[in-house]
Each structure stands twice: as structure tokens, then as C-alpha cells.
Write a protein that binds this ligand. Structure first.
Ligand code: SF4
Length: 385
């Protein structure tokens, strides 16, 4: 049987750590990058052999900062994917990049290698906010990168923004939104800042720490969220997921695959995979990863494994699907699990509808605006039944 998967390639390198970041990334020298690319090639080839007769529909090269790899290294990786798998002709191939790490020569080669969607980490159009976040770039450097990306012919571009940055006012966030929307990227991701444990921000703003006055309140954060939709709609963006906005036809196919529980393989340190009923992720230590790749011990690369039972699959179907504006389909639930949605979650759905958190349209259920505000509460309703 023909199998279709998505592929995620993790590039764990950054120039320096941002103050809020808990992603698996760190600075590295050229020798480590070279060894890592070689290891990725081996891991991709391993999966290509293991999953015979498999087509890759989307590729997402994320990080970290993938633009710290040269054009040649990107070509090497994507050629390896094509040697190992059948890649759909119109596959969406996204690469993340950060301003200040990009040059024209590499951009041309990324494009030649097959990258057709660029995701640029801006986060704010205000230099003082970029500084607070510990970003390595200014707004001008972002603009230079954006223009270079366009000049190179990329026609599908995402820009990342963050709201509720320390010191940020509603007005300054709205200004960032306007500035970015006027540039007309096809896609904008706007996430609220989360203060994660183990980051410098957690030291300042985390639970139990004396709160600095400049972190926007929850009410402010919600107000910024509401304004995001209102403002971006005026520029022709539709919110298709809690934090993602796109012009018509430019929703990110790769991420929709995650929310629709499509199978995917993640390669590289810490990368997560989902195959059949199994979720697993790779080890997080780069030395170990390189050593296992060298001795071709690919099974040892996996550090966590979980086989989902039917009720966990149903939970995932609900809380991942409800992230999307279109919500979940009762018919799809029945087709996937062989039993009616109502039989499993009828009580919860009725309660959430009564509370004004869930709405019904045809055979689809989705979050209301109020439901989005307290989406974690809604998701918990479908868990541990
Ligand atoms: S650039 Fe992105 S991945 Fe790298 S440290 Fe900053 S937030 Fe983390």
C-alpha cells in the first residue's frame, strides 16, 4: 500500500540563545555542522530504506536556525531526501531562517535545492523589543532578509511574530502587525510569549519569582490576541489555526498535517516522529547522535517511545483538530475510529456548547472565540475520560 508521510529535519544551531528560547539549539562550529549534516544524511537514508514505497508530501527544515547551513549543505540534505524517498512533485518544502544569517549566494542555492517556502523569525518590528528577547538582529536586518528572499523569487513566505513581550504595549504590538502585514507575506504566525522553565526569562518572570512590572498582564495578552485577528483580517489574512494566519491558499500544509494526525518522520536530535500508532523522539545530545549515526545504530537514536491506545488517539484527534478554525469533522471521526463521535464525546460536546466554548456547523465542531481564549480547558475535557 502506498504510504504518504511528512518529513521534519531539525537543525539545532543558533548564533546565540534568545532569552526566551527552550528549543533544542545551541551555537556550534563548522566541524560540528559538517558532521551533523553527514549524520542527518545517514538517518534520512535509513528511514528511506525502512519505509519502502513511501511518498513525502511536505518537508520542514526547522531549528534552531537552518540558515546557518550553507546552500551546499542544504542541497546535500534535499538530494539525500530525494534519493531516499519519492518526493511529491508539488511538495511544500519549508526552511526556517533568521535575519542576520542569510546571504544571496546561499538563498539562490536553497531555492535551487528545492526550498519553496521560507519562514523568517522576526518576532517584533521594534528594536527595543528585539533586544529584550535577546534576538541577534534589528528590524532593518529583517527587512534586508525579507527583500533578499523576495528578490530571489520565493513566493511563499511566513513571518513569525511574538506578542506579550516584556515592555510591549498593545499599541506597539499592533504597529508590528501593521508593518509586517504591509509587506504582504503570504503567512503570519503570531504566538503569545510563553515563559518556559530553564530560560533566562524564567529567572526573571517565572512562577514564584518576583514579577517584573513590564510583563503584559493576561488581559493585555488576550486583547493583543483579539486585535491580531481583527487587524490581519483587514489585510486579507484568515486565521486558520489558533496562532496562524494565511492569505488564501497559503496555509502551511506541513503544520496542518500535524493537526490532522498525518504520519511524519523527524530526523536530527530531539526530533519527534509519528508512525502508525507510535509516537517517538530522538535523543537530544548531539555527541551521542553523531556517534550512533557513525556506527549506523539508528534504533539507539530513539529515546522515548509511546504506543497510543484507541482512547489516546481519539483524544489527539480532538485536541489537535480543534486547534484549527475548521475544527473537527464527526464523519472523519466515525471513519477513523469506527464509532460515532456522539457516542464517545456527546456529553463533553453538549457541555462545551452550552458554555459557549464550542460551536457546530454542519457535521463540524470548532472552538468559539471564547473557546480559543481558554482552549487548554476545552482540550482537557477530551482527555483522560
Ligand atoms: S533563533 Fe529561535 S531557536 Fe535560536 S535561540 Fe532564538 S528562538 Fe531559539
Amino acid at each position: 500500500m502506498k504510504r504518504e508521510i511528512e518529513l521534519y529535519i531539525h537543525i539545532p544551531f543558533c548564533v546565540k540563545k534568545c532569552a526566551y528560547c527552550d528549543f533544542l539549539s545551541s551555537p556550534a562550529d563548522e566541524a560540528v555542522k559538517k558532521a551533523y549534516v553527514k549524520a542527518l544524511e545517514l538517518e534520512i537514508a535509513f528511514w528511506g530504506q525502512k519505509l519502502e514505497n513511501t511518498t513525502v508530501s511536505t518537508i520542514f527544515i526547522g531549528g534552531g536556525t537552518p540558515s546557518l547551513l550553507s546552500g551546499e549543505q542544504m542541497e546535500t540534505l534535499l538530494q539525500c531526501v530525494r534519493r531516499s524517498f519519492r518526493v511529491e512533485k508539488d511538495a511544500e518544502i519549508t526552511m526556517e531562517m533568521n535575519p542576520g544569517t542569510v546571504n544571496d549566494k546561499n538563498l539562490i542555492r536553497y531555492k535551487k535545492a528545492g526550498v519553496n517556502r521560507i519562514s523568517i523569525g522576526l518576532q517584533s518590528a521594534k528594536n527595543e523589543e528585539l533586544q529584550k528577547l535577546g534576538r541577534i538582529h534589528t528590524f532593518q536586518e529583517f527587512l534586508d532578509t525579507y527583500k533578499a528572499v523576495r528578490a530571489c523569487g520565493f513566493e511563499n513566505v511566513n513571518v513569525d511574530l511574538i506578542s506579550a513581550i516584556p515592555g510591549q504595549t498593545r499599541e506597539s504590538f499592533e504597529e508590528s502587525l501593521h508593518i509586517v502585514a504591509r509587506l504582504e507575506p503570504e503567512h503570519i504566525s503570531a504566538y503569545s510569549l510563553i515563559v518556559e522553565e530553564g530560560t533566562p526569562f524564567y529567572e526573571k518572570y517565572g512562577d514564584g519569582k518576583p514579577k517584573e512590572r513590564d510583563l503584559p498582564s493576561e488581559e493585555e495578552e488576550r486583547a493583543m490576541y483579539k486585535r491580531t485577528k481583527e487587524i490581519l483580517e483587514k489585510y486579507g489574512y484568515e486565521r486558520y489555526e489558533i496562532s496562524n494566519y494565511a492569505k488564501d491558499g497559503f496555509a502551511c500544509r506541513h503544520n496542518i498535517g500535524y493537526w490532522e494526525r498525518k504520519e511524519y518522520i523527524g530526523v536530527g536530535i530531539g526530533a519527534a516522529s509519528f508512525l502508525g500508532k507510535e509516537r517517538f523522539s530522538n535523543i537530544r545530545k548531539i555527541d551521542q547522535y553523531l556517534a550512533y549515526a557513525k556506527e549506523r545504530s539508528f534504533e539507539k537514536m530513539v529515546s522515548e517511545r509511546e504506543i497510543l491506545d484507541m482512547s489516546q488517539e481519539m483524544e489527539e484527534f480532538m485536541f489537535l483538530g480543534l486547534r484549527m478554525q475548521k475544527g473537527i469533522s464527526a464523519a472523519k471521526f466515525q471513519e477513523t475510529f469506527g464509532c460515532p463521535l456522539d457516542e464517545v464525546y456527546g456529553k463533553e460536546i453538549a457541555k462545551l456548547k452550552k458554555q459557549g466554548l464550542l460551536k457546530e456547523k454542519g457535521e463540524n465542531f470548532s472552538l468559539t472565540d471564547f473557546g480559543i481564549d481558554i482552549s487548554n480547558y476545552v482540550f482537557v475535557e477530551f482527555m483522560n475520560k
